[in-house]
Write a protein that binds this ligand. Structure first.
Ligand SMILES: [Zn+2]
Length: 164
């Protein structure tokens, strides 16, 4: 699957809930895991591969393949932390982003069963980053506006060069 880059409007859309976890959805998830591995990522949201659905996958430092369908972040810690983020949709850009250190998230797994997960560290970080994608939010929206403008300009020029 192709990963969409900054400038593609699908990345800015609010994704819709997955009505039912069907075999088609499971196939999409399988394809997304292949793509994430190929791209050497630790998280991938469906809108990044052009599917405006509330679904993302994560493989953080614990090495576990995790699927989140129709996720909801129920709780966030008041404690915040800063971490350098990147995004497969914004290649070669890495910036520090401040987010809550711990979260509680509820979602459906690939069998359509609900689960609740308390996460901290890198896992909590990736879940929040991917969950943002479902609302059309990118990590550059959470950094200094001047730096964000520079990144957007760079990607607009690149798209122009490629005739997109
Ligand atoms: Zn991302």
């Amino acid at each position: 699957m192709n990963v969409l880059h900054l400038g593609n409007e699908v990345l800015r859309q609010k994704a819709v809930s997955v009505p039912e976890v069907t075999d088609e959805i499971r196939e999409l998830i399988r394809d997304m895991f292949v793509t994430m591995k190929e791209e050497d990522g630790i998280g991938l949201a469906a809108p990044q591969v052009g599917q405006s659905l509330r679904l993302f996958i994560v493989k953080a430092d614990d090495g576990i393949d995790r699927v989140f369908i129709n996720p909801q972040i129920l709780q966030t810690s008041t404690e915040m932390c800063s971490y350098e983020e990147g995004c497969l949709s914004i290649p070669s850009v890495y910036e520090d982003v401040v987010r809550p250190e711990r979260i509680t998230v509820q979602a459906l797994n690939e069998r359509g069963r609900p689960f609740t997960l308390e996460a901290e560290g890198l896992l909590a970080r990736v879940i929040q980053h991917e969950n943002d994608h479902l609302d059309g939010i990118l990590f550059i929206d959470r950094i200094d506006p001047k730096t964000k403008a520079k990144v957007e300009q760079k990607f607009a020029q690149r798209a122009e060069k490629q005739g997109l």
